[in-house]
Design a protein around this ligand. Structure first.
Ligand code: NDP
Length: 278
């Protein structure tokens, strides 16, 4: 029997609609500054998507597009100006940045109160403690998707494949805060298949196209595919081999239309939250 599809696109649309109603009803006025350096086509698509989400909800977006030759000092000066600009509530620097700019230095210089991506070490620490200003966008979107299945995470074994700072690690923390028993896997994990097969909830963020197939999945498990991989033929696929996993899982997210839209919806929540922090 096929798994039930968790429709991230529909859920994100619902959340954005609710946010738009809130902004309208409460007369909220907030602004997101979106900084893009260079002309990476994928980054341009992401920035346009975020601007269109803002417009849909009634949030003002201010794009600051800088040439790829921009120096680190010039970018830091802009970040500093935005940190002190009272008309800006949230700051988002689209990653990746050109190679000559140190992303860590830039992230560390965004005011934690305007860091709507929740990448600043202060916000990462707050996520660890469980007392956060901002939810990490992708991991929070994953929790909402799991919630859609009606799964109570208490006592469940959740396996997260991937330990990046933006997905795997914060994901594990959020699941832990929901009282799940969490295992984090990575490229050095031995017996990955066996570990994954123990998961009631399997969250996959490895960045390897269609790596996780049915053999990694416990029958009936909830499978959340964070991966986004563009194949040579132009197709966008996840880290999970959807066709085979779909035959074993209880619930599964599609790619596209799963985690991606939820990441964007959480970002919009964070921008509205930032309004009250600044
Ligand atoms: P990273 O490359 O930063 O991290 C990948 C992780 O996967 C690492 O921890 C790595 O382990 C682990 N890994 C790699 N190969 C294997 C393997 N063979 N077995 C087990 N673990 C492995 O990626 P991100 O976390 O940034 O992103 C992961 C995926 O999610 C990508 O496809 C990305 O495009 C997508 N993504 C999607 C988002 C969305 O909104 N839908 C948002 C962010 C990311 P190690 O640490 O040992 O190297």
């Amino acid at each position: 029997m096929s798994a039930k599809i968790i429709d991230g696109k529909a859920l994100a649309a619902r959340i954005k609609h609710e946010l738009a109603e809130k902004v309208k009803a409460e007369g909220i006025k907030c602004t997101l500054a979106v900084v893009i350096v260079g002309d990476d086509p994928a980054s341009r698509v992401y920035v346009n998507g975020k601007k269109s989400d803002c417009a849909e909800i009634g949030i003002e977006s201010r794009e600051l597009a800088l040439p790829k030759e921009t120096t680190q000092d010039e970018l830091l000066k802009l970040i500093n100006d935005l940190n002190h600009d009272d008309s800006v509530d949230g700051i988002l620097v689209q990653l990746p940045l050109p190679k000559h700019i140190n992303e860590e230095v830039i992230i560390n210089n965004i005011s934690p109160l305007k860091d709507v991506d929740a990448f600043h070490p202060t916000n990462v620490g707050k996520i660890m403690i469980g007392n956060y200003n901002f939810l990490p966008c992708t991991p929070a979107g994953v929790l909402d998707l799991i919630d859609e299945t009606g799964t109570d995470l208490t006592g469940k074994h959740c396996v997260v494949v991937g330990r990046s700072n933006i997905v795997g690690k914060p994901q594990a923390m959020l699941l832990l805060h929901k009282n799940a028993t969490v295992t984090i896997c990575h490229s050095k994990t031995t017996n990955l298949k066996e570990v994954c097969r123990q998961a009631d909830v399997l969250v996959v963020a490895v960045g390897r196209a269609e790596m996780i197939d049915a053999e990694y999945i416990k029958p009936g498990a909830v499978v959340i595919d964070v991966g986004m991989n563009r194949l040579e033929d132009g197709r966008l696929v996840g880290d999970v081999d959807f066709a085979s996993a779909n035959e074993v899982a209880g619930y599964i997210t599609p790619v596209p239309g799963g985690v991606g839209p939820m990441t964007r919806a959480t970002l919009m929540r964070n921008v509205i939250k930032a309004k009250n922090l600044n």
